[in-house]
Design a protein around this ligand. Structure first.
Ligand code: SAM
Ligand code: SF4
Length: 335
């Protein structure tokens, strides 16, 4: 049956697609990009129509959750057309959630339109609430602009979750300030362990590595921390801080503890499908997409890709050397 749900060789249903819509960004976060990045020529990118077609085919194959990411998804020209168009799948009931991960810089401009397209939750990346430190870590970002974006998202009614990369000696000192700030705005907070992505260049990410185990222990010094059984099918685990009622997430992508429940695949802005965050194997959907306007070939290609989804990933992160280092940047696969 052409529209049978996507099940991988390990009997995991794939119902979550993360889509990078651009490799470009208006920030240059130090752990993510070099300051002088060379971006892909426009013709390499899937057009908005092609993105629509791939996503629609995934939805027809049972994908219920779409997360739009990048690069910075909201700097892609015309991106609201894509969100508007995806909202038809929410209306039909085929899609349960349309959401995005953003640096927040363009949210003031787009919050209303995103809400109108059916976006009810947004993840906003923010590592510090200190203006000077924010400029330092994002190089080109400005905190007040992002804060206005967060205000706008909350004003239209979106639920906001903050994602912060845990960086030793950088936002370590802000652990409680960030927690309390999020609590005061009724926002959950998820910490991401820094990953040895891309070329390390001069900045050795292991110097910045701050273990989430340590971070959690520090939280427990001040709050009552209750484990939540809730799992997302991804690399996040959650706790509740009883005093604030907040949900705190911990994303440790380098551990293997989530592979058995992995429900997701990632589409790059050039149409490559990555079946696992920790492996280089990918399936290029572009030939099927551009070879014919008939969706049968595209669906076959998607199924062929899912059949290659590995059991788990291969990072070997000994904390001493970045052995499991990947050669692609997070901005390529969207994190
Ligand atoms: N530009 C958007 C943003 O920043 O939210 C979406 C794309 S960004 C690549 C997605 C997430 O990846 C962000 O939360 C960012 O902090 C995270 N990220 C980027 N490089 C990382 C790294 N080396 N280790 C851990 N997380 C990283
Ligand atoms: Fe841009 Fe997001 Fe990467 Fe920062 S983490 S450079 S905002 S893509």
């Amino acid at each position: 049956m052409t529209d049978a749900p996507l099940i991988d060789p390990f009997q995991r249903a794939v119902n979550y697609l993360r889509v990078s819509v651009t490799d470009r960004c208006d920030f240059r976060c130090v752990y993510c990009m070099a300051e002088n990045m060379t971006f892909l020529p426009k013709k390499e990118l899937l057009t908005l129509e092609e993105l629509d077609r791939v996503c629609t085919n995934f939805v027809e194959l049972g994908v219920e959750k779409l997360r739009i990411t990048g690069g910075e998804p909201l700097v892609r020209r015309g991106i609201m057309t894509f969100f508007d168009s995806m909202s038809r799948h929410l209306e039909s009931g085929a899609l349960r959630e349309l959401t995005l991960t953003t640096n927040g810089s363009q949210l003031e401009r787009f919050a209303d339109d995103l809400w109108a397209a059916g976006v009810r939750r947004v993840n906003i990346s923010l590592d510090t609430i200190n203006e000077a430190k924010f400029a330092e870590v994002t190089r080109w970002g400005r905190l007040p602009q992002v804060l206005r974006g967060i205000d706008a998202a909350q004003r239209v009614g979106m639920r906001v979750k903050i994602n912060a990369v845990a960086l030793k000696g950088f936002n370590e000192s802000e652990l409680f300030d960030l927690t309390e700030w999020c609590a005061s705005r009724d926002m959950d907070l998820t910490w991401i362990e820094v990953m040895p992505m891309g070329d390390l260049g001069n900045e050795d990410r292991l110097d910045q590595y701050w273990s989430l185990k340590d971070l959690r222990a520090r939280l427990a010094e001040r709050y009552t921390v209750t484990d939540l059984s809730e799992r997302s099918g991804g690399p996040a685990r959650y706790v509740r801080l009883e005093e604030t009622g907040q949900k705190i997430g911990f994303i440790t992508p380098l551990t293997h503890n989530f592979c058995e429940s992995c429900n997701r695949v990632r589409l790059t802005c050039t149409g490559e499908l990555f079946m696992c965050l920790g492996q280089e194997d990918m399936y290029d959907l572009r030939p099927a997409l551009r070879g014919s306007s008939d969706d049968t070939a595209l669906k076959e290609a998607i199924r062929a890709a899912i059949a290659l989804k590995p059991k788990g990933h291969d990072f070997d992160y000994s904390r001493q050397r970045p052995d499991g280092q990947m050669t692609r940047h997070m901005s390529h696969t969207g994190g």
